[in-house]
Design a protein around this ligand. Structure first.
Ligand code: NDP
Ligand code: OXD
Length: 310
């Protein structure tokens, strides 16, 4: 059985193959475009499909994504819908995302942008510091990443709330669900963190209507996908002062075009889709396990539900 790796690295620099060979001895690993006998290839490990790949793989039985979010794969018409798609749940990526969320939440909570602006202007002025109990941090998305970030935020004492598609109960978190729960969730959120997957239901969800429901002076942290945000609406809310600041890791177009207003906006903090990176060393055990499951005909781990879109 062979695994085809579509890597952004040169094969000699790629870390997946040595780790997978160690964890799943006997696996035949090939690199696109040197596929050898296509009939032997049972699975492909990829972020994006190269043109013409699927036509050349008649015996392919599964796709393993190298990312947690699979929206780009799901909307790619070249990817055969009959193939099971497994996404990645990588403990190192989860930990990195939580670090990013804690960093951005604390940055806004501790008024860091205000003090940074004061330093540039040589202004010495102390501002009253709200207590964490009075700061309501709302997590959109209570999956792998959202739940871990909430656990890491809990020790600071914030008033935590969360929103998901199906009802959930999490200790110490006020939970809201579905379309009916969105309004009450947003209305009580001072720092909004977005960690929902990009689907037909969530595209453009951070729009003028949602932003208007946030309390005046709220903050937005988007680390899911750029297409969740209607950029013109967020910029208008920042310019009016209704939203006091935004930390954005993801954008409609990546890299963000050089003339985009976010680059120089005084209330925007940007990172280049670097909140959480896939670590092949910690992710490889899941891929090795899924290769074993594929060989034995057992159900794959972390299968994406195509109808749900995540
Ligand atoms: P999960 O699938 O584990 O969790 C998704 C959560 O979102 C679930 O709680 C789900 O609800 C909820 N959700 C989905 N659709 C809706 C909806 N229509 N309304 C309300 N809630 C909804 O995803 P992960 O936590 O692993 O990842 C989340 C996203 O993070 C990824 O899809 C990706 O876009 C992004 N990401 C960004 C990275 C970066 O570096 N910036 C890195 C990795 C991921 P329910 O619980 O009911 O299923
Ligand atoms: C992912 C990402 O979803 O990198 O894995 O954004």
């Amino acid at each position: 059985m062979a695994l085809l790796i579509v890597s952004r690295e040169h094969p000699s620099a790629d870390v997946w193959a040595p780790e997978l060979r160690r964890l799943a001895p006997g696996i035949d690993i090939r690199y696109w475009p040197d596929i050898g006998d296509p009939a032997a290839i049972a699975a492909v490990l990829m972020w994006q499909a190269p043109d013409g790949m699927f036509e050349r793989l008649p015996q392919l039985r599964a796709i393993f994504a190298t990312g947690a979010g699979v929206d780009a794969i799901l909307r790619d018409p070249r990817v055969p819908a009959r193939l099971p798609l497994a996404r990645l749940i990588d403990p190192s990526m989860t930990a990195e995302m939580s670090e990013h969320v804690v960093l951005q939440v604390l940055r806004f909570h501790r008024q860091e942008p205000v003090y940074a602006a004061q330093q540039r202007a040589r202004v010495w002025q102390v501002h009253a510091q709200p207590h964490p109990q009075s700061r309501r941090v709302g997590m959109m998305g209570l999956g792998e990443l959202g739940q871990d970030a909430l656990r890491k935020l809990a020790p600071f004492g914030f008033a935590l709330r969360g929103w998901s598609r199906s009802p959930r109960q999490l200790p110490g978190v006020a939970c809201f669900a579905g379309a009916a729960g969105l309004g009450p969730f947003v209305e009580g959120t001072d720092i909004l963190v977005n960690l929902v997957p990009l689907t037909a239901e969530t595209e453009g969800i951070i729009d003028a209507k949602l932003l208007a429901r946030l309390p005046a002076g709220a903050f937005v942290v988007n680390c899911a996908r750029g297409r969740h945000v209607v950029d013109a609406d967020l910029l208008a809310a920042l310019d009016s002062g209704h939203v006091a600041g935004a930390a954005l890791d993801v954008f409609h177009q990546e890299p963000l075009p050089a003339d985009h207003p976010y680059w120089s906006h005084p209330k925007v903090i940007m990172t280049p889709h670097s909140a959480a990176l896939t670590n092949p060393l910690t992710a490889a055990p899941q891929i090795a396990e899924n290769l074993r499951r594929l060989a034995d005909g057992r159900p794959l781990l972390n299968l994406v539900d195509r109808a749900r879109g995540y």
